[in-house]
Design a protein around this ligand. Sequence first.
Ligand SMILES: Cc1ncc(COP(=O)(O)O)c(C=O)c1O
Length: 458
Amino acid sequence: MNDPRPANWNDLTAEGDVNLSPLRRAWEAEHVEGATRELLDADSEYFLHQSLSTPCFNALAASDGIWLTDVAGRRIMDFHGNNVHQVGYRHPHVVAAVKRALDTLPFSPRRFTNAAAVELAAKLASLARGTLSKVLFAPSGALAIGMAMKLARVATGRHKTLSMWDSFHGASLDAISIGGEAAFRRNMGPLLPGAEHAPPCDPGSCPFRCGERCALRCAEYVEYVLDREGDIGAVIVETVRSTDVQVPPPDYYRIIRHACDRNGTLLIFDEIPICLGRTGTMFAFEHYDILPDMVVMGKGLGGAVFPMAALIARRDLDVAADRALGHYTHEKSSIGCAAALATLDVIENEGLLEKSRSQGAAALQRLRQLKDSHPVIADVRGIGMLFGVELARGGRPAPEVAERMMYASLARGLSFKVGQGNVLTLSPPLTIAPDDLDRALDILDAALTEVEGLAVLR
Ligand SMILES: Cc1ncc(COP(=O)(O)O)c(C=O)c1O
């Protein structure tokens, strides 16, 4: 089969942008000096270097709403935010709730409960629908994924999992075992036994080559593996993939749900970056007419303040009373729970789900117009306030253009993620004002014009 991707594709397609590239150094040479340089050098001196963080390329002094302010005083619209910022930074309602918790109960030792934790668990159970009503908290998404994997083992008596190539579920060893990105897995083995993988619902990397529209061969493949193996404990999947914005067609999860039911396999949705309104609904699975057996949320749950994640499971999966599934020191964090409750208030009070749908639809339309005037855009896709702009040249993915786009946009005050090497992934805070969203798309337009005009890319 003729693979259109470059030979070094795995090096180019990390979960985020690559921090060792020559373009990164060129950007720093032009934009970094003085106090920022000193901080970056100290960061590099004291932190272990790793892909996707240290060495960093800029240093921050403050954040507010959609804005980051760097040490040099430049303001940057944050359409990346590691997906923690559905309600923006320093939302006053969230900050006030956290301050109250700091002044009353800053830590809740694990053998006690507290009112904020109970209220949050009840609230999440009421939002998640159906029998998804038993909750466990953790201080990171990867840890919550690990709890889901453990619960699946206890509940089914099976250790095998099926997850997707290219997926990301966190950076811990159990999470990279089910994850599918080479940058995390390469030379890290042996990983967990029984962690099987299937092709994702992603036309870009789909080996079935269904064409422009997904013909659901990917879902049928999952069905085939489940039926054939017969002993897979759980299918774990990002409902909508946030790194490169892959939105499976409506029947995808219906097929997988039926196959799971037929085989006694649990269906676990990882909604860590995309719940809480990112896709226009509280949970992304609401776009599909099925329920998972467990859903994992995180990131924005802590209101862009506190590390906070949650596993929500079917009530009858409360079967591990004699085992420790999580046992994390900050499990029922009174601060994290206060931040999460305040975040949910903001989403409700400010109508952020409806705003995500309506403002998102308008922005998607504008991005589609950009596609008409910029030949380097191969595809534009989106759901709610999550957008992917896929770049290609001569019919091949164009990671070199995507990286230049990132720096050209940063220089104009817009930060976003680059997913799978060639997808500009835009996740603005849901609180963004329409004018600011327009301004960000103007920046994208101008950066595209600049990059398309570069002699080096002709
Ligand atoms: C889909 C998905 N799952 C899990 C995680 C891991 O979350 P955390 O970094 O809080 O461990 C992430 C983080 O980027 C993610 O995007």
